[in-house]
Design a protein around this ligand. Structure first.
Ligand SMILES: Cc1cc2nc3c(=O)[nH]c(=O)nc-3n(C[C@H](O)[C@H](O)[C@H](O)COP(=O)(O)OP(=O)(O)OC[C@H]3O[C@@H](n4cnc5c(N)ncnc54)[C@H](O)[C@@H]3O)c2cc1C
Length: 360
């Protein structure tokens, strides 16, 4: 019998599996259906990520693993230009992740420490059985069944586990990202740029491979009128910071890929024999740059819920886990709201109006 089945081998799933096998749990299985995408958004990670990696026993030095140091945010928000250099916060540097590599490294660590991997495999259905759960998996044309004592939902926004348990997800917005890469991102090396515009905001950075990543964040219903390359080029020209750091010309090749970026959270974080971690638990506006850090933090907290449940069916730590999530949602909502109040230039535009309702 499998002790724990972790659904999803993104950062949250691999980190949870790693934490569990390192804590001595016998059989931990990671089940993953990899996403197919032309490229990954290059995540900016705040300095605290390295400490969490160390707590997980993932001691790889990011600089030697293909990730690049990130030391400042350049922004233009509410008409105010700012550079926030991490040096002034004495918190150390952050990292620009080569996301595919990071996911691979974390998964490899989990497997090296004893987690079993079933990939590609998609969870089709979940039912309860005498000692826990029975999963139906699809692997290509094959269907198989797998029994486990405990289930971890680490499947991101798709909530592959909790949707079968009828746990509701509250959606907070309809944010989407249109992102593309350019051959040279070197002017932004070590920096992340954020700039508001009438229909959302820009995010740009230099990826570890030296390419630039440019992304426009807006609401899904506003995207049809923004997504044409000529329209994106025009808005890019009108930007102050983005066009300064990454100048746009008529020849700039814009081939946007759409990414879901909506914020939301599930109404119950854990229950008897199951828990949710990472984006499956709560996904926040990318403005916070907190997804990876939260995923690693959830993995550590989930370990402390799963061990007592497997040992003696103790559900008390799950209640603390739920309270922890409630606190972070409250903190997020308050910081998110304050951040969007700082931009008052386009209060009549739908994107900003939706985020400023009730502010006056
Ligand atoms: C545009 C954008 C920009 C972002 N920028 C940043 C940033 O700068 N910094 C930052 O820290 N975070 C950022 N994030 C957030 C970050 O990407 C996520 O928080 C992070 O990927 C969450 O990791 P996860 O493991 O929870 O989920 P995912 O990375 O989504 O992993 C889930 C895994 O589960 C698999 N899966 C799904 N359904 C099934 C199923 N039925 N069966 C089997 N497997 C399944 C998926 O294929 C995937 O492999 C950004 C997000 C977006 C959208």
């Amino acid at each position: 019998m499998i002790d724990v089945a972790v659904i999803g081998a993104g950062p949250a799933g691999s980190a949870t599996a790693l934490a569990l096998v390192r804590a001595g749990i016998g059989r931990v299985v990671l089940i993953d259906q990899p996403k197919r995408r032309p490229f990954s958004i290059g995540e900016s990670c705040a300095p605290d990520v390295v400490a969490k990696m160390q707590q997980l026993g993932f001691n790889a030095e990011p600089g030697q693993q293909g990730h690049t140091p990130y030391h400042a945010n350049v922004s233009c928000w509410g008409g105010v230009h700012q550079t926030d250099d991490f040096l002034h916060r004495l918190a150390g540097q952050g990292w620009h992740l080569d996301r595919q590599r990071f996911d691979r490294q974390l998964l490899q660590q989990a497997v090296e420490h004893g987690a079993e991997l079933i990939q590609p495999a998609k969870v089709r259905s979940i039912g309860s059985c005498t000692d826990g759960w029975q999963l139906q998996l699809n692997q290509g044309d094959q269907t198989s069944m797998l029994n486990c004592r405990y289930l971890v939902d680490a499947s991101g926004r798709s909530n592959a586990v909790t949707k079968h348990l009828h746990v509701k997800r509250e959606r907070l917005d309809n944010l989407m990202a249109l992102a593309w890469t350019l051959p040279d991102g070197s002017p932004l090396r070590g920096r992340t740029l954020v700039e508001s515009m009438p229909h959302g905001w820009w995010y740009a950075t230099c990826l570890p491979d030296g390419k630039a990543l440019v992304s426009l964040m807006s609401d899904a219903d506003l995207m049809p009128s923004l997504k044409e390359p000529q329209c994106l080029r025009n808005w890019w020209r009108q930007s102050s910071q983005l066009s300064h750091w990454l100048p746009v010309t008529d020849d700039t090749n814009i081939q946007p890929t759409a990414f879901a970026a909506h914020a939301g959270f599930i109404k119950q974080a854990a229950g008897p024999g199951w828990i949710a971690v990472g984006d499956a638990l709560a996904s926040f506006d990318p403005l916070t740059s907190s997804g990876i850090s939260n995923a690693l933090g959830d993995a550590l907290a989930a370990r402390d819920v799963i061990l007592p449940w497997l040992a003696q069916g103790d559900l008390t730590p799950a209640e603390s886990y739920a309270e922890r999530m409630n606190r972070s949602i409250k903190r997020y909502m308050s910081e998110w709201w304050q951040q969007y109040q700082r931009e008052r230039r386009w209060s009549k535009q739908a994107f900003w109006q939706r985020r400023q309702l009730g502010s006056e």
